[in-house]
Each structure stands twice: as C-alpha cells, then as structure tokens.
Write a protein that binds this ligand. Structure first.
Ligand code: KIV
Ligand code: ZN
Length: 457
C-alpha cells in the first residue's frame, strides 16, 4: 500500500533564525537554502520580509535562485505585510504567502487588543488579499493550542473560505501534549467545512521537549505537512527537529507509515553547515546528528558493536550522512575495542601484552577524561621499551614495536574520531573533541548485510 507523502516545510531560516544567536546574513541564508534544496525539503520558509531589509533581500535572493522547492514568506494579517512578502517573492517559481494571526484570548486581550470578531474579520481579509496575489496561501492561527476550540474552528473555516490552501496549527508556546494535539487536529477535521480540500500542517515548539512527539501525533491524526527546523532551532526552546521527525518515520514505518522526500545522507551535512554558519554548536547527545549519536564508550556496548552493530544502533550513521560509528576509548572501554584501535594504529598484541596495555590504559583513562591516540601510542611505546611487567614485549608477528616517531605518522584522518577529514566536518570539529582515541568501524563491515533502517522495513 502506498504511504501518504508528508510535506516537509523547513523554517530554519525564519522561526529558526529567530532563536537567540542564530541570525544569518543574506549570503549565509542563501548558502543554507541551497543545502536545504539538496536535502530535499518541499517548502523553504525563507524569512519575514517586512521585518527588515536584510530579511526582504534574503527572501528575494532565495526566491530568485531556487526553482524546485516552494519558497514561503511570512506576513502578519495586514495588507502592508502581505504586499511586502509578495514583493519579495516575485522571482519565485513556486511562491507561497504565509499569513498568521493570533487567535487565543490571551493574545487577543493582551497583545493585539482586539475582539474575537475583529480577529475573524482580519484573518479573512488578509487571506483574501494574499489569495488575490498568490494562488498558494498558508494561514496560521498563532497560539492555536490555547485558543477556544469552537473559535479556532470558526477562524480556520473563514480562512479556508477566503482561499487558504494550507492551514497550519501552531503550538506556539509548546504547551500541548501529544494526545491533545492529535485530538485537536482530529476535531478540526471533523468540524471545519472545507478542511478536506486543504493541507493541514503542524508547527510545534519545544518548551516541554515535546515538539517532535506532538508533530508526529499531528501526522497520525491527519496532518500532511510538518513545519520543522534543522537542529531543532527556533524561538526559545526551539522548533520540532527536522532530522528527528524524518528519521522517526524512516526507522519506525510500522508506527509512522509515511514518506518524505528527504535525502537522509544530507541530514548531517545540513546540521553541520548550520552550526558552522551560526556558530551555535549541536548538543553532543542530540538525536541523529549529535557528536555522540553514533559513539559508544561502554565496554559492553563496544563489544556488542564489534560483534554486530544491530546490538546498539537502530540506524546506520551513513543513512543520515555521518561518516562512521565511533568506539570512544575511555575508562568504560573494554579490551576488545582497545585491541582493535591498537591494530588500526599498526600494533597487534597477544593476550598477555594486551593485558598489560589494557591495565595501563585503564589507569590513564581514570586520570584523564579523553585518551588521545597520542597517549595510546606513548603507552604502547612505553611498554615496548621494556618498561613492562611482562618480559615479552614483541608483537604477535614477532616484530618489536615500531618506534613512536614512526607510529605517530598515522594521519589524523585515520587516528582521530571516525576517520573524519576536514571536508567531512565531523561533529568533533564543532565540539572540539578531535584527536580523542576512537575506533572507527569500517563502512564495508558495518551492517554489511543489513538494511539501512534496521527495524520495521
Ligand atoms: O510559533 C508560531 O506560532 C509561529 C507562527 C508564525 C506560525 O511561528
Ligand atoms: Zn513558531
């Protein structure tokens, strides 16, 4: 059976850019937009043209240079904003005007100081005006999840009647729970006239860490567009993370039988490019694209990984564009991973030799947090030069250990984390852990007989 196709609406350049420290200039936005195009997103929200001349210019240049994706410009529900957005979108092959207006009583009373009646009229007028300029119009009732449901239905219905082709239901303050958000989408589908003719979209913020869960619940309830951002950046605690949503659907099609057009191998490069441009690093334990997402330090895990990566990985690093898994050598590591790393550095040991190296390694790892390859090589050299409890210090092939100088010629690409090179922009570059001794698992051996996505395919 064919799986429903989910439209990926990327708002990294608009909502994402609104997060502190993430602003980008026109050139940077254009460069990232080109990467989003390679990634395969369906819609790029390029900016908020009325907000500044820079934002206007960014939307204009992205609209002029990318032909495949829809390019959206944000506008408040008023003529001036809509006209400015339309002006910026003039060069676009596939323009979209995205009109928004808050609908919750809190926003109407304290922020906009308007009545519900006025809100309804303003939404209808703005959508109608946008529609007179552009066939593709999206409407968002801001703070939808804290809006009286009957009133929300009324506004959404009015927006559809005025010509909206997508209705987006923002959980603006990240307040909703997954079941609740799913039910809201279901209620709208049941109660709003004309809703079956338009695309329903999710837009979930992460204030309670539920943005991705809420978005997925929305999709299960019938939403067919998801608004999200690379690295989950966005206002306050951020927006739903694009990479997490896409990979949740890929790894668990038994639960989420939906398709997207995302090219998985561009997820990690996109994340790295954003981190490089904004200089906002990715948290190490971030799902999918964090430095530790495919790193294993515990001896038991490393042993399992070396026997079969299925034991501790539910997707291959390559499926998201990460060069390789890493077995990080630290105090929790075991003999198996240590032996492999020594081998990759050109040294093979017999059991007793390895025991000695391992004993010293554990003492060292207990003292310093990160054992670098250079430490490991020094340790091997030390043992080789006779400073060892075991009298036999020859390698398993009967050779003496090579001198440290020779061994240290191993290029960083081999000896450092995951065999990354500069152009790969491995997460180590952003997180500053390059050089820590780690074992890369060769791609050819890795999951060689497995599907990219290990469960549910
Ligand atoms: O969070 C929000 O409500 C928004 C709207 C402008 C869609 O970003
Ligand atoms: Zn938002």
């Amino acid at each position: 059976m064919e799986r429903p196709r989910i439209t990926i609406f990327d708002t990294t350049l608009r909502d994402g850019e609104q997060s502190p420290g993430c602003s980008m200039n026109v050139q940077e936005k254009l460069r990232l937009a080109q990467q989003l195009d390679r990634l395969g997103v369906d819609v790029i929200e390029a900016g908020f043209p009325i907000a500044s001349d820079g934002d206007f210019e960014a939307v204009q240049s992205i609209a002029a240079s990318l032909r495949r994706p829809i390019i959206a410009g944000l506008a408040r529900a008023c003529t001036g904003d809509v006209d400015r957005a339309w002006q910026a979108l003039q060069g676009a092959a596939r323009p979209r005007i995205h009109v928004f207006l808050a609908t919750s009583d809190i926003h109407l009373k304290y922020k906009l100081r308007i009545t519900r009646e006025k809100c309804l009229e303003q939404a209808r007028d703005a959508v109608r005006h946008a529609k007179s300029l552009c066939p593709d119009v999206e409407f968002s009732p801001e703070d939808a999840t804290r809006t009286d449901v009957a009133f929300l239905c009324q506004v959404v219905e009015a927006a559809i009647a005025a010509g909206a082709t997508t209705v987006n239901i923002p959980d603006t303050v990240g307040y909703s729970m997954p079941e609740e958000y799913g039910n809201l989408i279901r209620t709208l589908r049941e109660k709003v006239a004309g809703i079956d003719k338009v695309t329903i979209s999710t837009h979930c913020h992460n204030d309670l860490g539920l943005a991705v869960a809420n978005s997925l619940a929305g999709v299960q309830a019938g939403a067919r567009q998801v608004e999200c951002a690379i690295n989950g950046i966005g206002e306050r605690a951020g927006n739903a993370s694009l990479e997490e949503i896409v990979m949740a659907m890929r790894v668990r099609p038994d639960r989420y039988p939906y398709e997207t057009a995302i090219a998985g191998e561009h997820l990690y490069p996109s994340s790295q490019m954003l981190a490089e441009i904004t200089r906002v690093p990715v948290q190490p334990n971030k799902a999918i694209i964090g430095r530790n997402a495919f790193a294993h330090e515990a001896g038991i895990h490393q042993d399992g990984m070396l026997k079969n990566p299925l034991t501790y990985e539910i997707m291959t690093p390559q499926s998201v564009g990460v060069p390789d898994s890493r077995l990080v050598l630290g105090k929790h590591s075991g003999r198996h991973a240590l032996a492999l790393r020594c081998e990759q550095l050109g040294h093979q040991f017999e059991r007793r030799e390895l025991d000695e190296i391992y004993r010293r390694f554990v003492v060292l790892a207990d003292r310093i947090k990160k054992v670098q390859d250079s430490h490991l090589l020094e340790l091997i050299q030390d043992v080789a030069s006779g400073n060892v409890s075991s009298s036999d210090v020859t390698g398993s092939k009967g050779k003496r250990f090579p001198p440290a100088a020779a061994t240290l010629q191993f290029p960083r690409a081999v000896s450092a984390a995951a065999g990354a090179n500069a152009s790969d922009s491995h997460p180590a570059q952003v997180s500053g852990s390059a050089g820590q001794a780690s074992v890369s698992i060769p791609f050819t051996d890795h999951h060689s007989e497995q599907e990219d996505y290990l469960w549910g395919v």
